[in-house]
Design a protein around this ligand. Structure first.
Ligand code: SAH
Length: 464
């Protein structure tokens, strides 16, 4: 982000604009929405500017801008649509230490004017850093259609009622009151009887919310999917939008955490600084503590919360504390990895079952039913298998698995930095040493990427 969006208080402050043509008119129409004192410098202004000056909406100076004119100004606009004139305005502004915008010249500008959707006091500003004005216009048109023209009136009523609403405890209960107002009660009352009815409705709504018993704390165990935010379920997304506290794994990427409410407390329980993972008992204690304080807690885990994620231990702790809970499934890494290599996890005639294994358990490398796994056609999704590769290789080959059995390693499945390594049981540990995957990686035992599978099957067909 090269430009940081802010909303500037301009009441009574001077905004200086040099120019009197089309570009000046476009900027002035926006600026006149504010309470700034606008001063226009133009030897030959458009008639609209003259009319606005006559109506005292701005001050018009029929001469060129001078250095002294910039003293104390909040913003300056170079809108002469002439490179030399604009460069002069920009230089004067810089000398005076006033932020300047040169119309249609991104590099010469210190700030940009966004496209605006105006539902005063609600304002949406859209910026593309000059990269795609067409896109900004499309987003603006979309928002204009989506945001009710009554939104401003609703927000203004709310603004005047903030003090009264403070009778509700800050946090979830107050938020529930405001959501009910903006979602249903407000629009209904405005439609039915205008602002006067809406004010009465606001009082009634507050009384109802003050009477309501507080909602108890609750924990949602949700899967965040393998990393691509588009692979988040709608239910997990809604939970992110509502949670007061989000406890997340280190597998959950920032793009997904960005979807949490701005006021939500985000706790990374995957690591402590750069140190080791937080002990399970502490994670359980955090869930219970926040739940008992009445918070809506979201325990967000990578992939599916029920796959190698110590879900039972956390549910036990939460249930024992008498808190309500719910599981929201997610797309597990095996599903994302299989999708990436264009393969199904099961296939008629090849594997009637799918094994979901971990390379590691609490005791170290995990023992499995190696004999069954070595049977031709077996497919297994091996989680946490990177470091166990040599162990897996040894055990499986000892039990008769062919060293030609395909094994595909998918690192960072579904993420922009995804890598696919097509290997075989015999070459697995060597290939992993060469490729050194650093992100989370899953081993798909018995599956080759679809294109490679087609190539590999050629010689066999020739032999038969
Ligand atoms: N609950 C998770 C698994 C947690 S165990 C799930 O359902 O996916 C952590 C292991 O999951 C990692 O070591 C890795 O083997 C696997 N994993 C998680 N996300 C992954 C991803 N995006 N790509 C590849 N493997 C992933």
């Amino acid at each position: 982000m090269r430009h940081f969006p802010i909303f500037l208080a301009l009441q009574g402050r001077r905004v200086v604009l040099s120019g009197g043509g089309g570009a000046a008119l476009a900027k002035l129409r926006l600026l006149m929405k504010t309470e700034a004192r606008i001063e226009v410098f133009a030897a030959d202004p458009a008639p609209e500017i003259e009319a606005w000056a006559a109506a005292r909406r701005l001050t018009l100076h029929r001469r060129a801008l001078q250095a002294a004119d910039l003293q104390g100004a909040a913003l300056a606009y170079a809108a002469d649509e002439d490179a030399r004139g604009d460069a002069r305005t920009a230089a004067l502004a810089r000398t005076a230490g006033v932020l300047v915008n040169v119309v249609d010249d991104l590099d010469a500008s210190q700030f940009l004017t966004p496209a605006i959707v105006d539902r005063d006091p609600v304002t949406v500003a859209i910026g593309t850093e000059g990269a795609a004005p067409v896109l900004a216009r499309a987003i603006k048109a979309d928002l204009e259609a989506r945001l009710s023209p009554r939104l401003g009136a609703l927000a203004r009523l709310a603004q005047g009622f903030r003090g009264r609403a403070a009778a509700l405890p800050q946090g979830r209960r107050r938020r529930a009151f405001w959501s009910a107002w903006f979602d249903r009660a407000g629009p209904q009352a405005l439609d039915a009887g205008g602002p006067a009815a809406a004010e009465t409705a606001l009082e009634a709504l507050l009384a109802a919310h003050l009477d309501a018993a507080p909602q108890p704390g609750h924990v949602i165990f949700a899967g965040a999917g393998p990393g691509d935010p588009d692979l988040l379920t709608l239910k997990a997304r809604k939970a992110l939008d509502r949670a007061d506290v989000v406890l997340h794994d280190r597998l959950v990427p920032p793009a997904i955490l960005d979807l949490a409410r701005r006021e939500a407390t985000l706790i990374d329980v995957g690591k402590q600084g750069f140190g080791p993972a937080l002990p399970q008992a502490e994670i359980n204690a955090l869930l219970v503590r926040h739940g008992q304080a009445g918070a809506q807690v979201l325990r967000l885990k990578g992939g599916d919360p029920a796959v190698f994620a110590r879900l039972d231990e956390e549910i036990d702790a939460v249930a024992e504390a008498g808190l309500g809970w719910e599981i929201v499934p997610g797309i597990t890494a095996a599903s994302a990895a299989a999708a990436s290599i264009g393969q199904a996890l099961t296939r008629r005639g090849r594997n009637a079952g799918l094994r979901v294994l971990t390379g590691h358990d609490m005791a170290g490398f995990a023992e499995q039913d190696w004999h069954a796994l070595a049977t031709p056609g077996t497919v297994a999704a091996i989680y946490m298998g990177k470091r166990a590769a040599r162990f897996l290789q040894g055990r499986l080959m000892m039990h008769g698995a062919s060293e030609a059995t395909p094994v595909t390693v998918v690192e960072n499945a579904s993420r922009p930095d995804e890598r696919v390594l097509a290997s075989s049981l015999g070459r697995l540990s060597r290939d992993l040493e060469d490729a050194r995957p650093e992100g989370p990686a899953i081993l798909l035992y018995g599956l080759a990427p679809r294109a490679a599978a087609a190539v590999l099957s050629l010689p066999r067909q020739e032999v038969s």
